[in-house]
Design a protein around this ligand. Structure first.
Ligand SMILES: [Zn+2]
Length: 234
């Protein structure tokens, strides 16, 4: 196929943003890499494994070299957390229930505070990471987003931290694309940051079409979808 035709049809299919025009995206000193939930719970052998989850590690490690600012997030639940199916008699994982703030997907017990399951993957090499945001630690409120809990009221403080550090742009990576990555990216836009999701540095759960919906929602909010190869070399 002629290259031009390929590019046009890729755009028509709603693939990655048309970044061939701008050859590369540069991180710069006012950008932060956000590494979402790359924890044992979300990879093979964990309590809520995301298919191919561990594959993001080498991609993120390589990207990290190009950033002066790195933030890590960690899902960090109390035992018996409201997002666990086991806390709701008669409910099974991946069903939904109504909590005080709306519909909540119910998950297997995962990422319990202080457990090995909740630890970051040991192969993740982020020596420059400056802050770890732990989320989902309120017993009755989940938090997919690194910026705001699922009640859509309680802030985590990350927006203020990044602003005080002079950050203008964030690049979101990690697990899972259609939940914590998407919610983090959408809230980053809401907080006023230019926001990119680096697709090949994420993996998805894709529950009942959640991945396609997440990309649609992110793109509607102005989140830019790129690949790690679109980033300028460090
Ligand atoms: Zn969780």
């Amino acid at each position: 196929m002629h290259r031009r035709h390929f590019i046009l049809s890729a755009a028509a299919l709603g693939a990655a943003q048309p970044l061939w025009a701008a050859a590369t995206v540069k991180a710069g000193p006012k950008a932060a890499l956000i590494v979402v939930d790359v924890q044992n719970c979300f990879v093979d052998g964990g309590t809520l494994p995301v298919k191919g989850g561990a594959e993001v590690v080498p991609v993120i490690n390589k990207l990290a070299g190009g950033f002066e600012n790195i933030v890590i997030t960690q899902d960090w639940h109390t035992p018996g957390h409201a997002s666990f199916a086991s806390s709701h008699p008669g409910k099974k994982p991946f069903e939904t229930t109504q909590l005080s703030y709306g519909t909540q997907v119910l998950w297997p017990d995962h990422c319990v505070q202080g457990s090995e399951d909740a630890s970051l993957l040991k192969d993740l090499k982020l020596p420059k990471a400056q802050v770890i945001v732990r989320k989902g630690f309120h017993q009755h409120v989940d938090s997919y987003s690194a910026f705001q809990e699922a009640d859509r009221k309680t802030g985590t403080g990350l927006g203020g931290y990044l602003k005080e550090r002079g950050i203008k742009t964030v690049f979101v990576t990690g697990l899972a694309t259609d939940f914590c990555v998407a919610w983090t990216a959408i809230d980053a836009r809401k907080a006023g940051f230019e926001t990119y999701v680096i697709e090949d540095a994420t993996r998805a759960i894709d529950l009942n079409g959640s991945l396609a919906k997440a990309w649609k929602d992110m793109q509607a909010k102005g989140v830019k979808r790129i690949q790690s190869q679109d980033m300028a070399a460090a």
